[in-house]
Write a protein that binds this ligand. Structure first.
Ligand SMILES: C[S@@+](CC[C@H](N)C(=O)[O-])C[C@H]1O[C@@H](n2cnc3c(N)ncnc32)[C@H](O)[C@@H]1O
Length: 406
């Protein structure tokens, strides 16, 4: 670390101690060294036997930064019986009275045998590694926010989508000069991220995928836009550059899924993309699906996702214009379903007869409450529930005259 970046600062313009130095404001090319800063961190020492009690009380005030343990061994303890707890200096007003209580109840150790000191201070060098991406962005961008209203979201970077190993941004114009820096910080800070891309324009292409530029990527040349991701425990693989995928629709998909009757409903997905509705309906609800998308790339990945989730027996894939798909495949399948439903209506007479035979008594049509298809137990085997009122004749298994009191 160069001396020029090593300054002992008490506060920053944000008024905080645990914050990057003011010199990072407005940075456009990421210089990680500029985040270095020496700060004085308060700590207390407790006997290991009291660590649970003291730790629980002081936890809200721990120094919580990345790659730093707030509870550490106390070096001067030869028998390893003491622990040092680092506290966040930005909360000092809040923990002072709590510490007085802990001292009074003899939960804290004196720092030296000769003095009555219970709070020590240690100089620690804060670095880029210690800050999360939100702190880094705020410390860089906040001065650019010319609005007096701090809630102005112009320079906030709250929203981004994560799709497998890709982070996808849609940066506002005022952030474009910082795009490489933003990409690099996200790559550094977001676990599992290997590629950061930004949507470059708002042109709505026919297939709803959009052009994107790479902002940052890890050094491995094998990193591509082909991602593996999961939604509701269903696996998906696709090339994010060629198809439509929006993780923010996952809640909507769950709502639709809940409406489906397991093993009974048929799903016709006209604009299926890579299959988030159809493949999930097949995998989790065992529904028969016809899935279609006009984009050849979506169709390719749709088929791959059907295989990946082992639902080939439930999903049939098509690469057609939606109108054509509805006029042909959907119509054909619906007619088939209606015909099989009609067939089942005839079957219901058979079921009624079967039930009567087994009971040894004819169930009169007046007594039938409901004939309900419960579920498919095998591809050609359906389970039904026949509900009927039990009259005396059925109960005694004999044919009585209805007027009899027997
Ligand atoms: C907004 S995306 C939705 C995809 C999918 N339902 C999802 O939630 O991920 C619309 C899809 O419609 C497809 N598409 C566009 N025009 C089409 C057409 N005329 N016929 C069939 N699919 C079409 C696109 O390729 C795209 O995958």
């Amino acid at each position: 670390m160069s001396n020029s970046t090593m300054t002992t600062t008490t506060t920053t313009t944000m008024g905080k101690i645990i914050w990057p130095p003011d010199s990072v404001r407005g940075m456009r090319d990421l210089n990680r060294d500029l985040f270095r800063r020496i700060v004085r961190i308060p700590f207390v020492v407790t006997d290991i036997n009291n660590i649970d009690t003291v730790g629980q009380l002081l936890r809200p005030y721990f120094l919580k930064i990345n790659q730093f343990k707030p509870i550490q061994e106390y070096e001067s303890s030869s028998s390893n019986e003491k622990r040092k707890i680092f506290l966040n200096p930005d909360h000092s007003e809040l923990f002072e009275s709590l510490i007085s209580d802990l001292i009074e109840h003899q939960f804290l150790c004196r720092l030296t045998k000769t003095t009555e000191e219970f709070i020590g201070h240690e100089e620690i060098e804060l670095k880029y590694e210690h800050f999360n991406h939100l702190t880094i962005f705020r410390s860089i961008f906040d001065h650019n926010n010319e609005s007096s209203d701090n809630s102005n979201p112009d320079f906030s970077l709250s929203g981004f989508s994560t799709i497998g190993h890709i982070i996808h941004l849609n940066l506002r114009e005022n952030l474009l000069p910082y795009k490489k820096l933003i990409g690099q910080v996200l790559l550094d800070k977001i676990k599992g991220c290997r590629l950061v891309v930004n949507k470059i324009d708002i042109i709505d292409t026919k297939y709803r995928n959009f052009a994107m530029e790479t902002l940052a990527s890890d050094d491995d040349p094998s990193v591509t836009t082909v991602v593996d991701t999961t939604e509701c425990n269903v696996r998906f693989r696709f090339d994010f550059a060629d198809v439509y995928w929006n993780p923010r629709l996952s809640h909507e998909r769950t709502l639709i899924l809940k409406k489906l009757n397991r093993e009974i409903d048929h799903v016709y997905d006209v604009f299926a993309g890579v299959g988030p509705f159809a493949v999930t309906a097949a995998k989790l609800r065992k529904c028969q699906c016809l899935a279609n998308d006009l984009n050849p790339a979506s169709y390719r990945w749709l088929k791959e996702n059907v295989q990946l989730n082992k639902v080939e027996h439930l999903v049939r894939c098509f690469n057609q214009d939606g109108r054509e798909f509805i006029r042909n495949q959907v119509k054909e399948d619906l007619i088939k379903q209606i015909q099989s439903f009609d067939g089942k209506a005839e079957d219901s007479d058979q079921l009624w007869k079967l039930a009567s035979e087994n009971l040894g008594h004819t169930i009169s049509s007046d007594n039938i409450e409901e004939l309900h298809e419960v579920r498919k137990v095998a591809p050609n085997k359906l389970m039904y529930r026949l509900s009927f009122r039990i009259d005396k004749n059925i109960l005694y298994g004999r044919t009585f005259n209805n007027d009899s009191d027997d």
